[in-house]
Ligand binder design. Structure first.
Ligand code: BG6
Length: 293
């Protein structure tokens, strides 16, 4: 790895896990090597746009609760192996820090992960190379690049499982997905068309498929709006656990669900990506903050 710019430092974070801190000209941020997991993005003069649970664990081999878990190479439960960890192994694995650069107002930090004896022995025995590039600036961008290093086609699911901090999810709404087809994971597995903006009145767990639309989270209690734009992604997942599910999760504070909302950039289910040997795929989530118009 080449030397890091002065504004990028690596030190033990919570639980002693290695953490990259970025203090850029337009924003600051934090990324844990465990999962190449972005846990903080603060544009200058603003509070954190990402939500982290105060109850999150910080242990090697375990996912963090909040920020941007990187789900790969499957999403949710593994289709064939119920014992395999939910959302894949990438969010539980220590990534390598590859380097960091300054580029005007942006600070870019790159992380790498490839198959190992441990990953090949699990539910997904394939060879691959993945790079995660985190850009901390006036916008937060996270890019996942994946290359199939196997000698046969592989199918990958992936998601940048973005937890956004909101004043009160019951007051928030998401626009941009009107008319998009989704599967409600809490109801019958059939496609439903989104009717108007999304509002939150109960547990919500929806997988929007075949959509490349930008989503806008309107957060009136904070008088701000968060944009989640994307490229290379055909799925958007919208999730809030509500009270009972939050209370049942050991790494989620009982009352914290009102202050968060996930808008996840991904390729999951029928949108999974098939890669021929040597072929690569790139997916990016761009998160931006603006006053509520
Ligand atoms: C969402 C899924 O993406 O992640 C939900 O759609 C799931 O079904 C949620 O409950 C959290 O998953 P986990 O594995 O981090 O508890």
């Amino acid at each position: 790895m080449s030397s890091l710019p002065q504004s990028v430092t690596v030190s033990p974070g919570r639980g002693g896990l290695p953490r990259v801190r970025v203090a850029g000209p337009a924003a600051s941020g934090e990324i844990y090597l465990n999962g190449a997991h972005v846990t903080s993005w603060r544009p200058d003069g603003q509070g954190d746009v990402l939500w982290m649970s105060a109850a999150s664990g910080y242990s090697p081999g375990q996912p963090l609760r909040g920020g941007i878990p990187l789900c790969f190479p499957w999403f949710g439960a593994h289709a064939a192996d119920p014992a395999a960890p939910a959302h894949g192994f990438a969010r539980r694995t220590a990534w390598d820090l590859l380097g960091a650069e300054e580029d005007g107002d942006d600070m870019r930090v790159r992380f790498g992960l490839h198959d190992s004896a441990a990953t090949r022995a699990g539910a997904w025995p394939h060879r691959f190379e993945a790079t995660c590039t985190v850009t901390i600036g006036p916008w937060l961008s996270v890019t996942l690049d994946v290359v199939n290093r196997d000698d046969r086609d592989v199918v990958v699911e992936e998601a940048l499982h973005t937890y956004l901090s909101v004043g009160d999810v019951r007051e928030a709404r998401v626009t941009g997905l009107e008319g998009a087809w989704y599967i409600d994971k809490l109801a019958a597995p059939e496609l439903v068309a989104q009717d108007g903006p999304i509002r939150f009145t109960a547990e919500t767990d929806r997988v929007y498929l075949g959509t490349r639309a930008t989503a806008l989270v309107e957060d009136p209690s904070r008088a701000r709006a968060v944009t989640v734009a994307k490229s290379g992604s055909a799925s958007t997942v919208v999730w809030n656990p509500w009270a009972a599910k939050a209370a049942a999760m050991p790494d989620f504070g009982d009352d914290e669900w009102t202050g968060m909302l996930c808008v996840e950039t991904g390729n999951v289910g029928v949108d999974a990506v098939r890669l021929a040997p040597g072929e690569g795929h790139q997916m990016t989530a761009h998160v931006g903050l603006a006053p509520l118009a």
